[in-house]
Every structure is written in C-alpha cells, then in structure tokens.
Design a protein around this ligand. Structure first.
Ligand SMILES: Cc1cc2nc3c(=O)[nH]c(=O)nc-3n(C[C@H](O)[C@H](O)[C@H](O)COP(=O)(O)O)c2cc1C
Length: 212
C-alpha cells in the first residue's frame, strides 16, 4: 500500500495559514483520487522532533565508530530510529512551510537532521561518493512566501529561495530526484491580488494531487 508522509512546519494560529490552506487543497484532492493510500501527517512546529542535542550527537558518534550505547542512548535511539523508519517506509513526501528568512522553518531543518541518517537514507560508497538509498519515491514542496522568488516577477530575488533549493538538494542526496514545488508567493507584497494568487495555487495543487 502506498504511504504519503506530510511534514508540515507551521505553528498553530487563528489566522488563515496560506501554506496550510495550500496543503489542505492538495490533500483533499489527493484523498479523493487515492482513497486507499495511507496518509501520515506531522506538524513539526507543534510536535517538535527530538533535537540534535548532546545525546543525539553521542549516538551519532558512537554509531560511526561502533561503540555500545548507554541505556539512555538506546532508548532515545529507538525513538529517533522510528522516525527514520517511517521516512524510509514512505513512498511520497509532501513538505509544507511558510518561508522564514529565505529558508525553511528551523523545525523542518531539525526534522531533516533526524531522518538524514547514514546508512538508512544515504551513505558514501567505496569511492567516497554520495549514494542515495531511497528509490522510486517522489517529493513535493509546498511553500508560501511574502515576496516573489519564482516566475517572471522575481527580479533580483530569483536566487534567494534557499529553502526550496536546500530541500531539492537533500532529497536528491537521499536518492529522490522526482521533486516538484508549488509556491504561493507575493501576497504580502501585493495584497490586492492575494486571493487571486492563492486561488491559482489551490487549483494547481488540486490538479497535481490527482497525478502525484
Ligand atoms: C519570522 C518570519 C520570517 C519571514 N521571512 C520571510 C522571507 O524571508 N521572505 C518572504 O518572502 N517572506 C517572509 N515571511 C513572510 C511569510 O513567508 C509569508 O507571510 C507567508 O505567506 C506566510 O505563510 P502562512 O500564511 O502559511 O503563515 C516571513 C514571516 C515570518 C513570520
């Protein structure tokens, strides 16, 4: 059975979140066209994943050199590993976020630090070349930003969407080269056309969901 994993990074808010709305339009259409798929959702802003702290670093170093874990490290490692296993077992990924300071929200980066684990998701081969271990999977990035970074109106902002570039690069490192993005952008810049921009984005993701 196909499993879609959605990683959302948006703190709870009473105000409409345009990135979450974009995701809701995507997933509503996806569920209609893929009724038998399993969908797992994590909002990493509200359920923060385990931080890369002293214990995590010790686990990382001990794994690399084959040193036995303490009891505490064993317990933490098994929780960390369950997130990695869930990621590896998923077939499709949807990452959803507002742009924060030209990048992904920190909690999303922190989640990536958790699942980008050697040798589960990638490793180095005998020639020290990067080798992705996820195969036949696809990823989608849904992002909302105040300014415009893509398309004809991007001007000198064109190279400043570092989050999308980063996400595409790390998925590629893990072996997922089928990576697409849909942006709703410029609503803060051009509030008069905000609804129009959003409606276009919603339509785009509804159509994409049917073939994703
Ligand atoms: C802390 C913070 C940092 C932001 N940084 C940027 C930025 O670098 N570039 C940008 O275009 N918009 C930036 N924004 C604006 C949001 O990306 C934009 O309002 C987005 O549409 C919010 O999505 P949401 O409706 O899902 O919350 C920032 C907003 C916040 C709160």
């Amino acid at each position: 059975m196909t499993q879609l994993l959605a990683i959302i990074a948006h703190p709870k808010t009473d105000k409409l979140s345009t990135s979450i709305k974009l995701y809701q339009n995507f997933i509503g259409s996806y569920q209609e066209s893929h009724p038998n798929d399993t969908i797992i959702e994590h909002n990493v802003s509200d359920e923060p994943h385990l931080p890369f702290d002293e214990t995590a670093l010790s686990i990382y170093n001990k794994k690399a050199s084959g040193i036995t874990f303490t009891r505490h490290e064993r317990a933490i490692n098994s929780v960390r590993q369950s997130y990695v296993d869930e990621f590896v077992e998923s077939d499709k990924y949807v990452f959803v976020n507002p742009m924060y300071n030209f990048f992904l929200p920190a909690e999303m980066k922190s989640y990536l630090d958790l699942v980008m684990q050697i040798p589960d998701t990638f490793e180095y081969d005998d020639q020290a070349k990067l080798q992705g271990n996820l195969h036949s999977k696809k990823a989608l990035h849904l992002q909302s930003s105040g300014d415009r970074f893509h398309g004809a109106n991007a001007g000198n902002m064109k190279d400043l969407d570092l989050g999308d570039k980063y996400l595409k690069t790390v998925f590629n490192i893990m072996g997922v080269s089928d990576f697409q993005s849909v942006f709703v952008e410029g609503m803060d810049f051009d509030p008069e056309h905000a609804q129009e921009i959003l409606n276009l984005g919603y339509k785009k993701v509804q159509n994409l969901a049917r073939v994703f």
